[in-house]
Design a protein around this ligand. Structure first.
Ligand code: NAD
Ligand code: UD1
Length: 331
């Protein structure tokens, strides 16, 4: 199939393009490079040993999107493009609501115009708010603490209403837990701008000596060792789930948790990183980070049952691949 991948130059999108081409699909990337680099396109082609068509466009631009649908017979859309920094979304709510909602509306409208009925959307476990773990797809969503999370919950509702109005429209809503790691080639991975907010990129930068020590946000949560628990998933496993989601699309809206189903605490991740890479990670315990919840992990059984997909790579692989990518950057 010809798959239009919005945000395909980004972290999860680039790995998914590789997985799609590995499964025999052709990929057309639409990305404005607001949080990625043009040379990622060449790296994707190098890993997959296949050509990619790249449009440097903003997917909130109806006319630019229309040109892609005119130029190619698109069979399906995977919509990754979005702004994703939680703290920034509190400072710039308009930018987040505009970019993340209008992009979804424009792509869904183009699908309607050109009779494309396959749509896969990147949502987030953040929509569960502070529900009881493990999170199950059937749970009522709770308000999130920030505009970013709200854009995901709203996009889910928009797509659900569009699918209600068009019985042929097939939407897969994928709720990602915590993607980490990188492609095993070390060529593509996550390169956050500035000081990382997320745990794994922070740890790799401490390991590299770019940052002095990890600040562990709180050790008084009701968890195994008091530190926050998350469901880390290798980005290549996550990428592969998109191929399974496309293969198993059916009419209506279907929601899937994409995680391993296993919670790992901050200190457990640090220990795994030290073991996997034989490097010590200095850390100190500091105050809790506002907005954080104690535990977040998936009930991942629905994706296994309906998509035949489960995460295969363990925490050691996640830590090893994250470190390999950090080491390769700039070399
Ligand atoms: P990313 O920032 O690496 O990738 C997003 C890509 O979209 C970037 O290449 C950026 O340049 C592009 N983009 C943004 N707005 C655009 C627009 N209007 N037009 C065209 N391109 C645009 O982020 P990621 O980590 O790969 O995340 C992909 C998706 O998954 C996002 O929607 C994100 O919210 C969601 N998600 C990510 C995580 C995570 O931890 N990484 C967790 C849950 C959900
Ligand atoms: C963050 C986002 C969330 C998003 C998710 C996946 C926030 C508040 N939430 O969540 O909306 O869906 O990423 O992209 O940003 N930690 C430290 N020290 C650090 C960094 C993190 O101790 O320097 C801890 C956190 O307190 C948490 C765990 O590590 O317990 C994971 O943090 P992080 O990687 O930021 O992910 P989330 O908190 O799950």
């Amino acid at each position: 199939m010809n798959i239009l991948v919005s945000g395909g130059a980004g972290y999860i999108g680039s790995h998914t393009c590789v997985a799609l081409m590995g499964a025999g699909h052709s990929v057309i990337i639409a990305d404005n490079l607001s949080n990625s680099k043009a040379d990622t396109i060449g790296k994707i082609m190098g890993i997959a040993d296949k050509e990619v068509t790249f449009y440097e466009i903003d997917v909130t631009d109806t006319e630019a999107v229309d040109i892609i649908f005119k130029n190619h017979k698109i069979d399906g859309v995977i919509h990754f493009a979005g702004l994703k920094a939680v703290g920034e979304s509190v400072e710039k709510p308009q930018d987040y609501y505009y970019n993340n909602l209008v992009s979804t509306l424009v792509l869904a409208k183009a699908c309607q115009k050109y009779g494309v009925n396959r749509f896969v959307f990147s949502s987030s476990a953040t929509v569960y708010g502070d529900n009881k773990v493990p999170f199950v797809e059937s749970m009522d969503l709770l308000p999130t603490t920030n505009p970013y999370g709200e854009t995901k919950a709203m996009s889910e509702r928009i797509l659900t209403d569009i699918a209600k109005a068009n019985p042929y429209f097939s939407v897969s809503i994928l709720r990602y837990f915590n993607p980490v790691g990188a492609h095993e080639s070390g060529l593509i991975g996550e390169s956050p701008n500035g000081i990382p907010n997320n745990l794994m990129p922070y740890v790799t930068q401490v390991a590299k000596g770019k940052l002095e020590k990890l600040k562990v946000f709180g050790n008084d949560y009701p968890t195994v060792d008091g530190t926050g628990v998350r469901d880390y998933i290798h980005v290549v496993d996550l990428a592969e789930s998109h191929v399974a989601a496309l293969d198993n699309l059916k009419a209506g809206v279907h929601i899937y948790n994409l995680g391993t189903g296993k919670g790992t605490s901050v200190l457990e991740l640090v220990k795994a990183f030290e073991e996997a890479n034989d490097i010590e990670i200095p850390y100190e315990i500091v105050e809790r980070r506002p907005g954080d919840i104690a535990s977040c992990y998936a009930d991942a059984s629905k994706a296994k049952r309906e998509l035949g997909w489960t995460a295969k790579r363990d925490m050691i692989a996640m830590c090893r691949d994250a470190w390999r990518f950090e080491n390769g950057q700039g070399e």
